[in-house]
Design a protein around this ligand. Structure first.
Ligand code: TMP
Length: 210
């Protein structure tokens, strides 16, 4: 399937301000005349939003990491097929809060699942789709958890040691793929960080028809 659009993702530990930055970027791109799909993971389709509820419900505290990984993957399979690939085919810029990197880091590096199994399952689920650019908003794990503030979901309730591994995992994968994964500090001024995100994005979307 020819993909005329561009796929951009945002990643980061809890409380890193991903959704704020992705929303600001989408508003900016729309003002520039681009067709944009802004979505999130897990979620973005009826089925995937239902799976999200199961994954984040604090009552499901007995959920094991294998079920967890497969549910994240199931939610992803649905959004890739139902929304992301069709939007890219139409030439849209797709901006997604979290994608496959999150599974590698949360269920792999932090959760202890074999990274190779996650990558292999991921290939089936994403049909080989990978973001052109990933913005990794980096923040100290404890600061991030404190920032997220609201009522905590099942993932946010995991131990601080888990969230520290998440942050370390993200930085590890960023070192392995420096061309795709752009690490930005989540603690600087929002305007400065957003400016950098917009500059990088504009270079990427030059060829996209408005
Ligand atoms: P959000 O709070 O950023 O919307 O994401 C939901 C939670 O799910 C967050 O704690 C990160 C976690 N997550 C995983 O553990 N694995 C995944 O594959 C994805 C996409 C999210």
């Amino acid at each position: 399937m020819a993909k005329k659009g561009k796929f951009i993702t945002f990643e980061g530990p809890e409380g890193s301000g991903k959704s704020t930055h992705s929303r600001l970027l989408c508003d900016f791109l729309r003002r520039k005349g681009f067709k944009v799909l802004h979505t999130r993971e897990p979620g973005g389709t009826k089925v995937s939003e239902k799976i999200r509820k199961v994954l984040l419900d604090p009552k499901n505290k007995d959920m094991g990491v294998v079920s967890e990984m497969l549910l994240y993957m199931a939610a992803r399979a649905q959004i890739v097929e139902e929304r992301i690939l069709p939007a890219l085919k139409k030439g849209k810029i797709v901006v997604c809060d979290r994608f496959a990197d999150a599974t590698l880091v949360y269920q792999g590096y932090a959760g202890g699942l074999d990274v190779k199994i996650i990558k292999d399952t991921g290939r089936l689920v994403t049909k080989g789709l990978s973001p052109s650019i990933t913005f990794l908003l980096d923040i100290d794990a404890k600061k991030g958890i404190l920032r997220s503030g609201r009522v905590r979901d099942r993932m946010e309730r995991k131990a601080l040691s888990y969230h520290k591994k998440v942050r370390k995992g993200y930085l590890t994968i960023a070192r392995k793929e420096p061309r795709r994964i752009k690490v930005l500090s989540a603690t600087g001024a929002i305007e400065e960080t957003q400016k950098e995100i917009r500059e990088i994005t504009l270079k990427l979307v030059k060829s996209v028809v408005r």
